[in-house]
Write a protein that binds this ligand. Structure first.
Ligand code: OXT
Ligand code: ADP
Ligand code: MG
Length: 569
């Protein structure tokens, strides 16, 4: 083929790259291999940033959180069957958490897969992906690539965001077509997540109910953080004068030190509130399904719920005032409907919350100052809390059980979308993927506070962090195990199933790849080490020794463990 001839032609490889770039999707997280190795090379050559991971699951978690941070679908690229399956956990996680993401996977040839003739990495990937995502598409012809990418983007970000699967059989990449026709076949998605205005009557119903409340409460969820209408949400909370409770990843939407924050009076606020406004939060297990002991007397509450997904309403309890629309439009309508003379809630309610907050904060304060060696969670997190207070731009990634629960309640967040964690499933393994995407997408310094078990799920990605020289400081809370390091198995020579090698040196893993590894045993040394990491911006792993007795089974959710009544010798 002459040069002149090739100039007039394009192919599947280039059409996919052009379709992504046309839609401003310029970062890919993935793992190379057949049939997508050359695609990755070409994408990089065409100016797309291609971040190559050690395992697809972590590339997938990176893509998922990139979607949360940017409101554009994060892109994860995997090889067929095993690579696809590795990425699928993250796609399901994205869908569960309402994060927009597209998993693009190479696949084997349809003719062979469908006749089950044993192709290389044969698997009917489309069928397997379907139940785990919002939408799944397969592209067989190069001229359909533009439309397929457009559909994938729209499906991921419109309405309730979620994961989308795009199946690209190997043959597609090499398919050739006329370059001009190819360019015409591409689609730039116009207004991918159109505003969805709430019905005026639903807003009026909600505000009438809110006005009648004696003990109102606002709950902000990660949907509210995702919406990126931070000023309007703050205006709504402040104009209403109502105490608010941030869900974990909504912390910092307003600073946790805000006078209306009920974060430190969570139990009281849930139990005693009479009207609860849910903003981008679901009444799932994290909120005890909106009923039961933690919600006080049955029938004592009325809910107003703002959500883009109509089917979310009445999913667990009756919603007295459903408001269906995008959070930006709904909050704008609320602000307009509230007028200029909205009456603050009764002072006995806001005072009761404030008193409880002050009591709990004061009770916690001395524990955070301790300089115990080995450290307990409070001492170590007291140090970390000050670091975040002094550096509110830092993105905090957090996973573990005790490490998660203590960090969430101890470390105040000051800005929106700065706290990233295990999300709706409480999944371990998000740590390094989220850290990498957070650094890449925002350019901010990242600190990942990781239980030693949690870190182990994605630990090999420290090499990825070093390879791209990212400003990520990992702090491993090393208590020698899952929940605690003290379990004993007296029935065989195997150690108990929750404990790890004692005194493991996770810091040496980072040093092995050229990063900075530091070993600390006291809060004072932890402070010095983290501040050094921030000042240098170098990949750093701090092995923070935590008392192996300090944790409890499953952190604060031990009540979810089933109990056996059978007693065996
Ligand atoms: O109002 P009250 O009095 O109740 O007090 C509350 C607040 O008001 C107060 N508070 C404050 N006081 C003072 N000052 C301030 N600033 C303040 N802020 C709050 O504190 C309390 C508590 O507040 P909180 O946290 O808001 O409220 P609460 O009641 O805890 O909230 C309820 C929940 C449900 C919303 C909350 O608990 C929550 O979000 N929980 C999430 C829990 C979660 O997702 N956990 C992770 C899963 S655990 C388990 O499954 C693990 N596994 C299994 C596994 C998983 N998950 N995934 C995979 C892929 N495979 C296996 C494993 C393997 S964890 C785990 C590893 C664990 O070991 P590690 O070594 O990693 O970690 P360590 O445990 O550290 O060893
Ligand atoms: P949390 O775990 O913080 O409580 P959830 O993930 O349970 O939050 O809930 C987030 C909710 O936000 C979902 O029901 C989702 O439909 C909704 N949501 C996400 N983005 C928007 C948006 N832009 N407008 C309205 N609702 C949204
Ligand atoms: Mg641990």
């Amino acid at each position: 083929m002459t040069d002149a001839a090739t100039e007039d032609l394009t192919d599947g490889f280039h059409l996919i790259i052009d379709a992504l770039k046309l839609n401003d999707l310029n970062i890919i997280y993935g793992v190379p291999g057949i049939p997508i190795t050359d695609f990755g090379r070409m994408a990089q050559a065409e100016g797309i940033r291609v971040l190559s991971f050690r395992h697809e699951q972590h590339a997938g978690y990176a893509a998922a959180i990139a979607g949360f941070l940017t409101k554009k679908p994060g892109i994860c690229l995997t090889v067929s069957a095993p690579g696809f399956l590795n990425g699928l956990t993250a796609l399901a996680h994205a869908t569960t958490n309402c994060f927009p993401m597209i998993l693009i996977s190479g696949s084997s040839e349809r003719e062979i897969v469908d006749l089950q003739q044993g192709d290389y990495e044969e698997m009917d990937q489309l069928a397997i992906a379907k139940p785990l995502c919002k939408a799944a598409f397969r592209v067989l012809h190069a001229e359909d690539i533009g439309i397929a990418v457009a559909r994938a983007i729209r499906a991921a970000v419109s309405g309730r965001p979620g994961g989308v699967y795009l199946d690209l059989p190997a043959k597609l990449f090499g398919q050739v077509m006329d370059a001009a026709e190819g360019a015409k076949s591409l689609v730039k998605v116009i207004d991918p997540a159109p505003a969805q205005l709430p019905a005026p009557a639903s807003v009026k119903r909600a505000l009438d109910l809110l006005k009648s409340a004696k003990r109102p409460l606002i709950i902000l969820g990660k949907g509210a953080a995702y919406a990126q209408v931070d000023d309007d949400i703050r205006a709504f909370v402040e104009k209403s004068g109502i105490p608010y409770l941030p869900m974990s990843m909504a912390k910092g939407l307003l600073p946790d030190t805000h006078p209306q924050s009920a974060g430190a009076a969570r139990s009281l606020a849930l139990k005693e509130a009479d009207v609860v406004v849910m903003v981008g939060a679901r009444l799932n297990w994290l909120l005890s399904h909106g009923k039961g002991k933690s919600w006080g007397e049955t029938g004592s509450k009325k809910f107003i719920q703002i959500d883009i997904e109509p089917k979310e309403m009445d999913s667990n309890v009756e919603i007295a005032a459903p408001v269906v629309g995008d959070i930006g439009s709904c909050i704008t309508a609320f602000l307009a409907g509230m007028g200029d003379n909205w009456a603050a809630p009764p002072a006995d309610w806001t005072d009761a919350i404030k008193t409880k907050v002050e009591t709990n904060v004061a009770r916690m304060a001395p524990k955070l100052q301790n300089n115990n060696v080995p450290m307990d969670y409070q001492g170590a997190l007291g140090a970390m809390r000050t670091v975040i207070k002094e550096n509110p731009e830092i993105i905090l990634v957090n996973e573990g059980a005790n490490t998660l629960d203590f960090t969430r309640s101890i470390i105040d967040m000051y800005k929106p979308r700065k706290r990233l964690d295990v999300g709706t499933w409480g999944v371990m393994g998000i740590g390094m993927g989220q850290s990498i995407a957070a650094a890449v997408e925002t350019g901010c310094q990242v600190i990942a506070i990781e239980g030693d078990s949690a870190f182990g799920f994605s630990g090999m990605e420290v090499e990825t962090i070093c390879r791209y020289n990212l400003p990520i400081c990992i702090v491993v809370f090393n208590n020698n195990g899952i929940y605690r390091g003290t379990d004993v198995n007296s029935t065989s020579n195997d150690v108990a199933s929750t404990v790890f090698v004692k005194d493991a040196r996770y810091d040496q893993m980072m040093a092995a790849f050229g990063g900075v590894g530091i070993y600390v045993t006291s809060p004072a040394d932890l402070t010095v080490a983290v501040n050094e990491a921030i000042a240098s911006g170098k990949p750093t792993l701090i092995n923070a020794v935590i008392d192996e007795n300090a944790g409890t089974e499953s952190g604060r959710i031990g009540n979810l463990n089933p109990q056996s009544v059978v007693k065996k010798k």
